[in-house]
Write a protein that binds this ligand. Structure first.
Ligand code: AMP
Length: 414
């Protein structure tokens, strides 16, 4: 026998039961985002590697270690997208969307790729849903983006949800702050983990994320960016917070919140679930007022979120999402197949869920199968046509296919 092949490491198949839960989440997401004016955009699954190097940041883990990059036949370096914002911003600039009425509100859903060590809730191909509002720096967009993600995960039934919010200010404030932080960390260099020490010059903010005990102790006394914001940024953040407060959202201001992507300015946030293990982030996002320009477009503020579809579903109680019971058409004798097949088509045309016996079962086996799938009506086609109301158990002979249709509809509405 040939060796059995398996899905590549860190990938998974979506089987029908999961697919139903994903489809239900997709409907919630379309509904919630659609009502807020976010329209669908689709961008390519692979982009020029440079888009992510410039957009996500050379010093980030994503760009340094996690990208699936390859050369095409013309020697161009391409990368399977590790995140969605850079591609959306590229599309915004490429299609001159700054000429449209602003803000341009976009939503997306699709596969993303990161070469990470697989574990529960962490895959090499995963699915993100996201939204971006481009072309305005109004704080109400920041608040809206946070609230939409929270609304979505609540509608999905995610348990024990926590929200953390902070502000990173402008690149200039951040630069001054990073110098201050760098100096502080330099004074404590010997107490830091090797990993943090290696990245002191490239990404000292990540030190706040470290699990290493010595590093954590040093970070307790470290200066906080939130205390160094310029007055415009502080006012912007205060307004975002006021809107979140008015909306009744419970959240924590976390001055150490850093995100794994370099493009953020001002608001950043993360939504987590206590129902998950180590990989507890459901989603997050923030404002990125310089990103479009960094990608060669016009100066355009933006804010958005991205969330992991698999994580949201892991954090939700698996509900009863089986298809509603429909109609089962059984064959009392194999010669009735053509009549039964035609009847099935007519029932489906009426919008009903209909299954036909297609596996050569005995009549007894067919009736069992009708029970198994939760059919509410069974049509038994042989020399005569009988319709069984599975609720009452009542079985009625139909004079022909037309009457059978009427009896089925009667059974389904009872
Ligand atoms: P990020 O932009 O990195 O914060 O990613 C946004 C969300 O995508 C995270 O909060 C996760 O829910 C999800 N996500 C990121 N990376 C992975 C992964 N490797 N596997 C599964 N989900 C992921």
């Amino acid at each position: 026998m040939a060796a059995r092949l398996q899905a590549p490491r860190g990938t998974f198949d979506v089987l029908p039961a999961d697919a139903r839960r994903r489809a239900a989440l997709a409907r919630e997401y379309d509904d919630i985002l659609g009502r807020a004016g976010y329209e669908t955009i689709e961008t390519p699954v692979f982009e020029d590697t440079e888009l992510f190097a410039r957009g996500v940041g050379e010093a980030t883990d994503i760009v340094r270690k996690e990208m699936f990059s390859f050369e095409d036949k013309a020697g161009r370096s391409l990368t399977l997208r590790p995140e969605g914002t850079a591609g959306v911003c590229r599309a915004y600039a490429e299609h001159g969307m700054h000429k449209l009425p602003q803000p341009v509100k976009l939503r997306y859903w699709g596969p993303y790729f990161r070469h990470e060590a697989p574990q529960a809730g962490r895959y090499r191909q995963f699915t993100q849903l996201g939204a971006e509002a481009l072309g305005s720096d109004d704080p109400s967009l920041d608040a809206e983006i946070v609230l939409l993600l929270v609304e979505l995960v609540a509608a999905a039934g995610a348990r024990d949800v926590r929200v953390r919010v902070s502000s990173l200010g402008t690149p200039e404030t951040r630069e001054a702050y990073l110098a201050e932080l760098g100096a502080y960390l330099g004074e404590h260099e010997s107490e830091l983990s090797d990993d943090v020490r290696d990245r002191l010059s490239t990404n000292p903010l990540r030190a706040f994320d470290a699990d290493h005990a010595g590093t954590r102790a040093v970070m307790e006394g470290a200066p906080r960016l939130l205390d160094r914001l310029g007055s415009d940024d502080a006012a912007h953040f205060a307004e975002v917070r006021a809107l979140l407060d008015d909306a009744g959202l419970g959240y924590e201001v976390d001055t150490t919140l850093v995100r794994g992507l370099d493009y953020y300015t001002r608001t950043v946030f993360e939504v987590e679930s206590g129902a998950l293990g180590a990989q507890n982030a459901l989603g997050g996002g923030g404002r990125y007022d310089r990103l479009v320009e960094q990608l060669g477009g016009p100066g355009t503020p933006g804010v958005g979120f991205a969330a992991g579809v698999e994580r949201i579903l892991l954090a939700a109680e698996p509900g009863d999402d089986a298809e509603p019971g429909g109609v089962y058409v059984a064959l009392a004798d194999p010669g009735a197949k053509r009549t039964a097949f035609a009847l099935v088509r007519r029932l489906r045309e009426r919008g009903l869920h209909v299954q036909l016996e297609q596996a050569g079962r005995s009549l007894k086996g067919q009736l069992k199968q009708a029970d198994r799938i939760g059919a509410r009506a069974t049509v038994i086609v042989g020399e005569s046509i009988e319709v069984k109301d599975m609720g009452s158990g009542e079985q009625t002979a139909a004079a022909g296919p037309d009457e059978a249709l009427a009896l089925v509809e009667g059974a389904l509405s009872s």
